[in-house]
Design a protein. Sequence first.
Length: 75
Amino acid sequence: MKFWNKFLKVVASLAAVAAVVYVVINYGDKIVAWTKRTFKKYFPCCCDCCEEELPEEALDEAPSENVAEEADFEA
């Protein structure tokens, strides 16, 4: 009787782990999006670093006036 009791506990544990893995695989992106929305609602960021991401065109246009050159580091 002890064997079957432990065996059923192991099977139930494996089923629970399998269920959690299934949920994470199928709904992980939705869970992450919901979490981000919730944290933004209740814990707003106090700086501009977390605002909307820049479009890809803006990332290609690097400001040329603030770029360091090799001559700037030579003594």
